[in-house]
Design a protein around this ligand. Structure first.
Ligand code: SF4
Length: 426
């Protein structure tokens, strides 16, 4: 076994309360149990333990915000460094993918005879499909692109997630007997009604990848882009020698700023209205971005984008903020400091302040939405239509890979009880 990995496992205390799993891991992976098996050299057994709760170990092990999840809750982290849970998980899954151990995983026939359509093939759709198929259901994935992977393929840059790892993970998931249908888009090539007629249940996991707007003056100028769209389409302008402002503090802002810097921009500024410690992006992503030359303007806010005569971005106007404690708020709130406005020469602005599902599509589907504009679901993931379930970003779940995967797994394990019960011949 890899010596470094063995060293990491030796450091685990095998805590009976499992805070890393119970409080930290959205999927509740049995972390102490799988680490114990790795420590004893039983890598295949460790994979079997992890496979009870996840199919994305090689991916989550690499790109989950571990310090906000499992490692952030590791007892070892209280006085020192936490156990390197992500690295151990990735190692176990990499070995499993290489040796095709997944071919020996246990399958049940609990859902035999059930046909399920899964729309979207990101973390929610893939996880849902895998667990359904392993329970004997007949699963068809509908994917709008020519390859499966959703946001994992069209939203996370290659420098963070190697395509080979993703391809191998997908090879495993499809090997459970899932049928992918490519280049077919919901609302364009088929309707929800079509799926309802043909399947026992439909799971919508097509994500929320439309960048939110700030509604500030100048946002419609040429040279203003949505961060999610840039990462999804990879259709970038030429950044060579240009100055770019990325607005926001999450992982999309980090991925955009690092991508743009690598594509040759001379200066890339991340503008974030709160303090560094409040950034939703993980510390290691922020450090990487800094190391690669991205500059951070914390406690600064953009208020206006100014254009030239041709309607192209030329400058931005920013304002400094201070953090103020306000009643009823759990954290300090950024407040603009009057008179602290200043201008910066900028060629491109990238909005990465959040995202939402495609409104036109949601309107076509006619499903009830919640107050934030996501598909409204009950605890089981069921939408306002009996046979239709939704999970992950499209239902407004916390937007991380592991939380989306959890929503997919929950439907496969809990929602299926409901769709069976709602189906007369069950
Ligand atoms: Fe091991 Fe840390 Fe989990 Fe304890 S909290 S079992 S030390 S990984």
């Amino acid at each position: 076994m890899n010596e470094k990995i063995h060293e990491y496992t030796e450091y685990c205390l095998n805590c009976p309360a499992k805070p890393c799993s119970q409080k930290g891991c959205p999927l509740n992976n049995d972390i102490p149990a799988f680490i114990k098996e790795v420590k004893e050299g039983n890598i295949k057994r460790a994979f079997e333990i992890l496979s009870k709760t996840t199919v994305l170990g090689s991916i989550c092990g690499r790109i989950c915000p571990h310090m906000k999840q499992c490692e952030g809750n590791c007892v070892r982290g209280i006085k020192g460094e936490p156990v390197q849970i992500g690295k151990i998980e990735a190692y176990v899954f990499d070995e499993a993918l290489k040796n095709k151990w997944y071919e020996d995983l246990e399958k049940t026939n609990e859902l035999q005879g059930k046909r399920v359509a899964v729309v979207g093939s990101g973390p929610a759709g893939l996880t849902c499909s895998a667990f359904l198929a392993r329970s004997g259901a007949e699963v068809t994935i509908y994917e709008k692109y020519s390859r499966v992977g959703g946001i994992l393929r069209h939203g996370i840059p290659e420098f963070r997630l190697n395509e080979e790892i993703l391809d191998k993970t997908i090879e495993m998931i499809l090997s459970f007997g899932i049928k992918p249908i490519y280049n077919k888009e919901l609302g364009v090539d088929f309707s929800l009604e079509d799926l309802e007629k043909e399947y026992d249940a439909v799971f919508l996991g097509f994500g929320a990848n439309i960048s939110s707007k700030m509604n500030i003056p100048g946002e419609d100028l040429q040279g203003v882009y949505g961060g999610n769209e840039l990462l999804e389409t990879k259709k970038h302008p030429s950044y060579k020698g240009k100055k770019v402002a990325v607005i926001g503090g999450g992982n999309v802002a980090m991925d955009c700023s690092r991508t743009i810097k690598r594509l040759g921009a001379s200066e890339v500024y991340v503008i974030y209205r709160r303090a560094e410690k409040q950034m939703p992006a993980e510390a290691k992503e922020i450090e990487e971005a800094k190391r690669e030359g991205v500059e951070f303007l914390f406690q600064n806010n953009i208020v206006k984008i100014l254009g030239n005569n041709e309607g192209k971005v030329e400058k931005i106007e920013c304002i400094k903020t201070e953090l103020v404690k306000k009643e009823g708020e759990t954290r300090e709130v950024p407040v603009n400091i009057e008179g602290s406005n200043y201008e910066m020469d900028i060629d491109y602005v990238v909005m990465a302040i959040g995202s939402s599902p495609e409104k036109k599509l949601l309107k076509k589907l006619g499903l009830a939405l919640n107050e934030w504009g996501y598909i409204k679901t009950d605890e089981s993931g069921r939408t306002s239509r009996r046979k239709v379930f939704a999970g992950g970003d499209v239902a407004g779940n916390k937007s991380t890979i592991a939380w989306a995967a959890r929503a997919g797994r929950d439907f496969a394990q809990l929602g299926t009880g409901l769709f069976c019960a709602s189906h007369n011949n069950c």
